[in-house]
Design a binder for this molecule. Structure first.
Ligand SMILES: [Zn+2]
Length: 403
């Protein structure tokens, strides 16, 4: 999709960079400009300046600068088109699309409106789950037992879905609203013979983890049981706003820490992300019950140049690492770093830090296996390099990985 340059000019003239940056960074007026802590590098005293007259931001510490669009791209991780659409929506402008037919345009508009409606529905459910957490001592005890403070629970918007089959009926004016099914909150079963429709809440008696997109909007949920019920983890289904092959849990919450810490730690679950944030590693994200795809990585590399995958040291962890390796290969360049961290078999990041401490974990991360070495290890697996057959096997294993 190409957007006419004249529209970009008009949009930038209409948008206020102070307002846009102010959505993400706390700004204070200082003379003609506004100052704040730079979101692109870690600092204690503000050297990040935003000029309302020039409609520009500039950091005297790290040199980052740009306009409202580049800020949304660099800081909120949006693509150019997403940033333009975000601004246009905010300032009530319609993005003209050069190469789109009127039908395509109408369809795109309808799709965006639908997405907005779905995120509204999900936000509303998220608010309700959050309130219900406060009323459930069992759920609060569960989180406390995992070492999660009220502050971290608030930061991640954690909630609780109560036990009943139709708890959401008290949250929405109409439980039969098709949007509840479309957003994945409600399951609709149609009896094959009678044609009778049955609706019930997808998430019941679970601690709820809202999944947010890079704009901070709720696009789905992960729910974890409090006890030993199965399935232990339940995610929202694929919807027009949520695709687990694309979204990373915790990315929105981690975006500042990614700049400060200089790398992203990719873990295996949302509880890992929350536990790590609690222990001072706010730069963790997690895939949602899938292997890490190239699309996940593409998104991550908009925020950071270094990614460390953390895997449990068991065989399932090894297999997951192999899949992540395949996804990561296209991104391995001189400027980007991809590493693999294998925890001891009985540990996840949370238990590791609790047993050995933060410094030990940070050291462990710094000694993670670089992609190039993991690549060779993966190819060598099961090959006896002392024999000609073993070496041939190794070469044939390695071939698809080099290409
Ligand atoms: Zn800076």
């Amino acid at each position: 999709m190409s957007i006419p340059q004249t529209f970009i000019q008009e949009l930038l003239a209409r948008a206020d960079v102070v307002e846009i940056v102010g959505r993400y960074v706390q700004l204070k007026k200082g003379g003609a400009n506004f100052m704040g802590l730079c979101p692109f590098h870690g600092e204690k005293s503000p050297s990040f300046s935003v000029s309302p007259s020039k409609q520009f931001y500039h950091c005297f510490g790290c040199g980052k600068n740009g306009d409202a669009i580049s800020f949304l791209m660099e800081h909120a991780g949006m693509t150019f088109v997403e940033a333009v659409q975000d601004l246009a929506q905010q300032y009530g402008l319609q993005v003209p699309e050069d190469d789109a037919s009127p039908q395509d345009r109408a369809r795109a508009l309808e799709q965006r409106q639908k997405q907005t409606t779905l995120t509204d529905v999900l936000e509303r459910a998220s608010d309700a789950y959050r309130k219900q957490l406060k009323e459930s001592p069992r759920a609060v005890d569960y989180l406390k037992g995992r070492g999660v403070s009220g502050e971290i629970a608030k930061q991640f918007g954690l909630g609780y879905a109560p036990e009943g089959w139709r708890s959401l009926a008290s949250v929405f004016p109409s439980y039969d609203d098709p949007l509840l099914v479309e957003s994945g909150l409600v399951i609709l079963n149609v009896d094959e013979t009678s044609g009778e429709e049955k609706r019930y809440d997808r998430f019941r008696d679970r601690v709820m983890f809202p999944i947010r997109n890079v704009k901070g909007e709720c696009i789905g949920f992960g729910g974890r049981v409090l006890g030993d019920d199965k399935p232990k983890y339940l995610n929202s289904p694929e919807t027009p706003v949520f695709s687990k092959g694309r979204e990373l849990y915790g990315l929105f919450e981690a975006r500042n820490a990614l700049h400060e810490q200089g790398y992203a730690l990719v873990t295996e679950g949302y509880m890992d992300v929350v536990a790590l944030a609690q222990l001072g590693f706010s730069n963790a994200v997690a895939t949602l019950g899938t292997a890490c795809t190239a699309e996940h990585l593409h998104k991550l590399f908009r925020f950071t140049d270094a990614v460390v995958f953390s895997f449990d040291g068991d065989s399932a962890g090894r297999r997951a690492a192999r899949k992540a390796l395949d996804g990561a290969l296209p991104f391995a360049t001189d400027v980007r770093s991809v590493k693999f961290l294998f925890l001891p078999p009985e540990h996840d990041p949370d238990s590791f830090i609790r047993e050995f401490g933060k410094e030990a974990f940070a050291r462990y991360v710094s000694e993670a296996v670089p992609l190039s070495r993991f690549l060779i290890d993966a190819a060598r697996e099961g090959c006896d390099l002392n024999t000609a057959e073993g070496r041939a096997h190794f070469a044939s294993n390695a071939k698809p990985l080099w290409l």
